[in-house]
Design a binder for this molecule. Structure first.
Ligand code: A3P
Ligand code: MG
Ligand code: MG
Length: 358
């Protein structure tokens, strides 16, 4: 039997649907410490504190402690945090879909970036569809990186390290604040927020990394004011402006999904020196893309498209038997998203399955 398909083109057919979206609400949070061990707390949450301009983002590249991403971590951290929440509250998290934020970002950006293929694995378990990235596909499509690419990737982490403090700024010594450039850069530690949100009639739980908090740490405001940090090349031509405006779609969808309110962009030159900073309110980005008149992306269309696609995934996998692992696939420059049944065994962590009593 042919696999179910979801035709993506023409994109305009999804417009004017006005799909309802829920405002994301945080249900729990967790941290990975500097050895990447999971902790059920906010210990790895950083506080944003303005970095020094004209600093080199390359400094410390040789001592960079880089997390080994060749190991497939599946949904393990997210599921462990959900099990802990369920233990604490005595209530089960009941939604249609559970996944990492990166998966929904791929769906939201697809209409305006048809060249980026993806493969995800999905399984229905106790009436919820769990979706993860297909790790083998990710590794094989990435290609071998060269030193320049590794360096550019380091710049992003170095910017985070220069722009954050481990706790509230008034609890940090002047020395700690001024010593940020000498800190060893590592991406082992992470703070993750887990939110409940929704698109159309699909309820979702999404987990994702949050770079920093804007005000008090741990956050006392509801919702917390979270900050996403990004680096980008200082635009110096019309072409650069177009490239930056395209990037804003990814910045916006990533942050929109978790309810991250602010995005701080560190603009750098070609040699990796931090030259300027710009603060954006996440909710203002679709307006920026609209007003430029370049028609590179449209936030509302992205939401309407994602709602329709998620409703289709819910309908397709949700109607089938439990336990089958599906591949949700988009081939670069293709026409349809496909849902293909596989013979793969479940990728859900045994600890979570045991907790749920199966
Ligand atoms: P930039 O986004 O400033 O380039 P995030 O922005 O999602 O918090 O990720 C932090 C940094 O991780 C990025 O900073 C980038 O340096 C690095 N990074 C994230 N995804 C990457 C990828 N797919 N390849 C290489 N580096 C990546
Ligand atoms: Mg991050
Ligand atoms: Mg970031």
């Amino acid at each position: 039997m042919a696999s179910p398909t979801f035709p993506v083109l023409p994109i305009q057919k999804f417009a004017r649907r006005n799909a309802p979206v829920r405002r994301p609400t945080e249900i729990t949070r967790f941290s990975y410490d500097d050895t990447h061990k999971l902790r059920h707390d906010s210990s790895s949450l950083k506080t944003y504190y303005t970095p020094e301009l004209d600093t080199s983002l390359s400094r410390g590249f040789k001592t960079f402690v880089k997390h080994d991403d060749s190991v497939d971590e599946h949904l393990d951290g997210l599921l462990e945090a959900l099990a802990e929440l369920e233990r604490k509250t005595g209530e089960r998290v009941k939604v249609d879909i559970v996944t990492w934020r990166g998966m929904i970002t791929k769906l939201m950006t697809l209409p305006f970036d048809l060249r980026n293929g993806f493969e995800m694995n999905a399984i229905k378990f106790q009436d919820t569809i769990f979706i993860e990235e297909n790790h083998a596909h990710k590794q094989s499509s990435r290609g071998r990186s060269d030193r320049r690419q590794d360096m550019m990737s380091f710049w992003g982490y170095k910017f985070e390290s220069l722009s954050t403090l481990p706790r509230n700024w008034d609890d940090c010594s002047r020395e700690l604040i001024e010593n940020r450039d000498n800190e060893v850069v590592s991406n082992e530690a992470q703070f993750c927020s887990i939110v409940k949100t929704g698109f159309g009639n699909v309820k979702i739980v999404i987990g994702g990394e949050v770079d920093a908090v804007w005000n008090s740490n741990p956050s006392t405001s509801t919702p917390p004011i979270y900050v996403e940090l990004k680096t980008s090349k200082s635009p110096s031509s019309n072409r650069d402006d177009v490239a930056f405006e395209r990037k804003l779609l990814r910045f916006w969808s990533q942050s929109f999904l978790l309810g991250v309110a602010k995005i701080i962009v560190g603009f750098r030159d070609d040699d990796g020196f931090l030259r300027s900073l710009q603060e954006f309110e996440t909710q203002s980005l679709p307006g920026i893309a609209k007003r430029s008149g370049r028609c590179l992306w449209d936030g509302k269309l992205s939401i309407d498209f994602t709602a329709s696609l998620l409703e289709w995934i819910k309908g397709t996998i949700g109607a089938a038997e439990e336990g089958t692992v599906w591949r949700i696939r988009w081939k670069a420059n293709g026409e349809c998203v496909e849902c293909v049944k596989t013979e793969d065994s479940s990728f859900l962590s045994p600890g979570f399955v045991a907790w749920r009593g199966e």
